[in-house]
Design a protein around this ligand. Structure first.
Ligand SMILES: [Fe+2]
Ligand SMILES: [Fe+2]
Length: 237
């Protein structure tokens, strides 16, 4: 076996092991969740737990999303603590391989169309993370879980916090994509909903250009927020 294929095999084994670990119930026996749920002490605890269950690159991304989410929340005078925690934990289930994500869907009786489960398992990690975190850390609160759930599949009932986490996932600075670099300069400059719309649009363009499938909810959300744009409001008058 060449050293290249040995490395590839090690990578597959590593991914499987991380997925199996992350699927298990988080061991918090001697890590009692106490104090202000969204305060700095618990933020550090969650950081420690997250570090064990995602790859090092993913961990860096999560920290960057947390920082960016806080920055966006501050710019629009919204709750920075919720934004930071939801940003940190949004990829809690990202290391789960498709079969484990499907197990989670069954464990928590989550409702998805068959084509999403079969053909787009990667979008499941938002809703599964929200379900497992709500189960193990209910103190974090519904707003945080809702934002985590919707970072992969936008909905027509996105709260401002949901929009923040959705945007921070794309606009965080380690994500080196020209359109997102340009849009990140608009944080605090244009209204939050307008920025969300532009980020959503860039994400859809990426999916089309990369020949990737789109789920129905994502298209519904696009149509919904499209109507809400000032230019289209004018047209429909
Ligand atoms: Fe994600
Ligand atoms: Fe992410």
């Amino acid at each position: 076996m060449s050293s290249k294929s040995t490395l590839a095999t090690a990578e597959v084994v590593g991914k499987q092991a991380l997925s199996d670990f992350a699927y298990q119930k988080t061991d918090i026996a001697d890590n009692v969740f106490e104090g202000k749920p969204l305060g700095s002490r618990n933020y550090k605890r969650m950081k420690g737990l997250l570090m064990q269950r995602v790859s090092p690159t993913r961990y860096v991304h999560c920290l960057s999303v947390a920082k960016t989410a806080r920055k966006i929340a501050r710019a629009y005078d919204l709750d920075t603590h919720k934004a930071r925690m939801a940003g940190l934990l949004h990829d809690w289930d990202k290391a789960l391989l498709p079969e484990r994500l499907r197990d989670r869907v069954n464990d928590y009786h989550l409702d998805f169309d068959e084509d999403v489960i079969a053909d787009m398992p990667w979008v499941l990690h938002g809703p599964t993370a929200a379900a497992v975190l709500a189960d193990q850390f209910p103190e974090l609160g519904e707003d945080v879980f809702h934002a985590i759930a919707h970072h992969t599949i936008p909905s027509t009932d996105m709260s401002e916090l949901d929009m923040i986490v959705f945007m921070a996932d794309k606009l965080e600075p380690t994500h080196d994509v020209a359109v997102y670099k340009r849009l990140s300069k608009q944080i605090g400059v244009i209204p939050l909903k307008e920025l969300f719309f532009e980020v959503q649009k860039a994400g859809l363009i990426y999916l089309i250009e990369a020949n990737r499938p789109m789920n129905v909810q994502t298209i519904k959300a696009w149509n919904y927020y499209l109507k809400d744009q000032p230019k289209n409001k004018e047209k429909s008058k």
